[in-house]
Write a protein that binds this ligand. Structure first.
Ligand code: AHM
Ligand code: MG
Length: 353
């Protein structure tokens, strides 16, 4: 056994003690997310067995009505957080509007944003999927959470994290104090144990990660950037390997641990890209920054974007700082047409074309 076994609970509590002004609310909120992660992980592990173990008539082995995994994940996170008096509102990728805290419960000082089960195209295929979450402080007056509380730039996040349901289940989180920490679920005891302390993204890149099947639609700058990563164009960048699962959490996690860059760019058909700013990109960008990396929309820092709508989309380039800066450079040089389309959307002057 390791000299010191650190559970996620112990780790979060010890971090809190370093900040005597902390009330413990954020600590408790992070535990709630760890519990949600364990509950979702346990269902994810059974996903492939549903047909075998009697999902007939849509019921599981316990006779309960079977839910789709993403709907289940959404409701677990909601139910674990609706009554705790810690939140004044929530936002989920699964729901169109702000989620209000039920009237019968008290309201708190934070808002929780989450993508309950990201990588939806992989759910039925036994490929890694994930949960993404982030936490903002309430800034509006009054008890109810409002759009003002939600639509804050990512640079103001209090905490963010993700859970990866892969060959093991891992939870990675960071807070505004900095430090990105990873925990691996020990399934036999049901505890997340510290396995990756103070993760720093390696400056030497190993992989690039993108859906290269879309190259036909890409802008010139993004194509040139890709050729540069492959060592074909430019001053001879060492060729990087290509890895892409189609689950942001898995692709980002690899990028974080091995160095490199993940990108899902905007193109002329969809200048705003695919990723959701509030429930996906802000959290990932915040974690990247705290691990010494960088996230950009191809124009500038994702964390500085002032959001203008709940389900705003954004192009995303994230990973080792030098590579992301290089992407911005190629785009500035070659993609002025795209920038003319995209910037009014980024700045909230125009909706997506
Ligand atoms: P989702 O929220 O519907 O799961 O979509 C987000 C996912 C990301 O996890 C992933 O990076 C991307 O979409 C993959 O998209 P594509 O299949 O177009 O490559
Ligand atoms: Mg998603």
């Amino acid at each position: 056994m390791a000299e010191k076994t650190v559970t996620i609970e112990r780790h979060i509590t010890e971090k809190q003690k370093q900040h005597p002004q902390a009330t413990g609310t954020l600590t408790a909120l992070l535990y709630d997310m760890a519990l949600a992660a364990k509950m979702i992980a346990s269902q994810v592990r059974h996903a492939g067995l549903i047909d075998i173990l009697g999902a007939a008539e849509g019921r599981n082995v316990y006779g309960e009505q079977q839910q789709k995994l993403d709907v289940y994940a959404d409701s677990v996170i909601f139910k674990l957080n609706d009554h705790t008096h810690r939140l004044c509102a929530m936002v989920s990728e699964e729901r169109d509007e702000i989620i209000e805290i039920p009237r019968k419960y008290g309201k708190g000082r934070y808002v929780l944003l989450y993508d309950p089960l990201d990588g939806s195209s992989n759910i039925d295929l036994n490929v890694s999927i994930g949960t993404i979450f982030s936490i903002h402080r309430k800034v509006s007056t009054g008890g109810d959470g409002t759009l003002e509380d939600i639509l804050q730039p990512g640079s103001r996040l209090v905490a963010a994290g993700y859970v990866l349901y892969g060959s093991s289940t891992m939870m990675v989180y960071t807070t505004e104090q900095g430090g990105v920490h990873g925990f691996t679920l020990e399934p036999s005891i049901g505890e997340f144990l510290l396995s990756h302390e103070d993760i720093r993204i390696p400056s030497r890149a190993t992989y690039y990660s993108t859906n290269q099947g879309y190259e036909k639609a890409w802008t010139h700058g993004v194509r040139r950037f890709t050729k540069w990563l492959q060592g074909i164009d430019g001053e001879g960048h060492p060729s990087l390997g290509l890895r892409y699962t189609g689950s942001l959490v898995a692709d980002f996690h690899r990028t974080l641990l091995r160095g490199g860059v993940f990108y899902y760019p905007g193109d002329m058909q969809q200048p705003e890209g695919k990723m959701r700013l509030m429930v996906e990109a802000q959290a990932i960008a915040f974690i990247a920054r705290h691990a010494g990396g960088y996230a950009s929309d191809g124009y500038g820092d994702i964390l500085e974007i002032k959001p203008h709508k709940l389900h705003q989309r954004t192009p995303l380039f994230v990973g080792s700082r030098d590579l992301v800066v290089q992407a911005e450079h190629f785009i500035r040089q070659h993609d002025q047409d795209w920038l003319k389309q995209y910037l009014p959307y980024r700045e909230g002057r125009q909706d997506a074309p």
